[in-house]
Design a protein around this ligand. Sequence first.
Ligand code: ZN
Length: 293
Amino acid sequence: MRIGKVGGRAVLVTANGSIDIERASTGRFPADVDGLYECWDELRDWTASGTFGDEFVVTGDLEMPIGTARQVFAVGANYADHIAEAGAQTPELPMIFTKFPTCLVGPEASVALPTGKVDWEVELVAVIGRTAHRVAVDEAWSYVAALTVGQDLTERPLQLKGGRAPQFSLGKSFPGFGPIGPWLVSVDEFADPDDLAIECTVTGELMQKSRTSELIFSVPELIAYLSESCSLLPGDLVFTGTPAGVGVFRTPRRYLEPGDVIESSIEGIGTLVTRIESGPAYAGREVLANHVQ
Ligand code: ZN
């Protein structure tokens, strides 16, 4: 099933339009996406068996297809070709950072550039469905409710500021730097959720193209590793890393410019469109440069 959000209410995305879940189920399922995780399996059964009348179709733009993500984990250096283009070492353990949740936005978002050195990173995003603590790799998929497409937008100079303690989380958390969507696709929809084509174009030019089977640490391995220390909560997100083809490692370098349109696509999910606009200049980078060696 495909779950989206329109007018702040959870919808079932179908070929016939977006179905208001709370109304079509006469209140059996709640209108907020956060309330759906605890009845996810029943919801999936209901959506598979049901037919929905036109009176439950809602119009309006699809919004960010989640409620509250209390934790947003992200993973660096998780595709071999991206590590190679960066001249980096293959990590022995997943390289974890966070995208602070205020950076999250939905499909068709317009993102204002804080500087001229913002880069794209298409990523598969896993949505946690139930509390996970110390789960085994072979059980980890059962803790994932859905997959969606994400962009890990990054201000490169701030990301790498600080030498041995670089500021990944700050450089990847400006407003709008976490587009996700256009909807959630439940894991049961995928014949093999560990092997999905993934690609990214910027204003029509193909920049990234890979498969999620190329992940160094797979989704289950990431869930197991993260849950070894943290408790993962329903609605939490895991950005799983990006393949080669980001702008900072291209020759010549290419950063996002006002007017660019990013199309991020994953097999079995769809395409997330993100529009880039000019924004007010970010002064903090120069301040940091004076204080951090
Ligand atoms: Zn990333």
